[in-house]
Write a protein that binds this ligand. Sequence first.
Ligand code: AKG
Length: 301
Amino acid sequence: MMASSTPSSIEHTMLAASEQLQVPSNITKFKIGLCQLSVTSEKNQNLACARNSIKAAVECGARLVVLPEMWNCPYSNDYFAKFAEDFENEDASPTFSMLSEAACSHGITIVGGSVPESSDGQLYNTSCVFGPDGKLKAKHRKIHLFDIEIPGDITFKESDFFAAGDNPTIVDTDVGLIGIGICHDIRFPELAALYREKGARIICYPGAFNISTGELLWEVMQRARAADNQLFVATCSPSRDSSGSYAIWGHSTLVGPSSEIIATSGHEETVVVAEIDYSKIELQRKGLPLDKQKRADIYLS
Ligand SMILES: O=C(O)CCC(=O)C(=O)O
């Protein structure tokens, strides 16, 4: 475990183009916990493991905890439908109940990674965000599905199992405004730029990059999104299961607004706890005012 910490609450907000919410002025520094979880084919075991890991992060001072993409379910088509839950029916959703209870009993914000969601006959790859009162604040359905075919390397077609979400998600939490993306969403700079424009100071990307694209790109993508937008990027992955059909890259990471890696991990099960200090954003944006230097008149024509 890496160990190296302060929160208002508003409802989940899909901001209109002209709106920008303000980060509560009392928040300057707090700790984030990234729970890199081992995922099995036993849902109850995955829930228990996640619950323990959240507790461990809180014991290290985390006030915001992030879980991985697909943490209650193996990343395989054989499991998605079987493990899917309908969040509208909260009482019948053990994943929803556990996350809500954990957020409430610890008084923290949880970006609940992602799990398969069933809704209206469709499956979605969905991330739920809970506030310290245990209430659901936001639900992000993965927008960019991971369809890839590189001969001799990797073939995967997420759109065979999931429908894509249609909405960006920015949520006002007790630790400030957070933009949410899931894994492949990180490859699209436009989404991150939208979140920055709306006032996000952190973008959380639960992810499950694989060993084919992960080694070259996982860190690069995180650092690029942080550098482009001068904000914090937090990623959280499952740990690697070498026996599984999808070899996961791991390396859950916190990147700061100058693109510096603040904390990271290998591919094993762990909890990364590190400090987010919002004053670093102001410093970086003041010294290098990209928003003033940019020439939207040129690129958008
Ligand atoms: O974009 C990539 O290379 C990996 C994305 C991925 O693994 C996912 O979206 O699940």
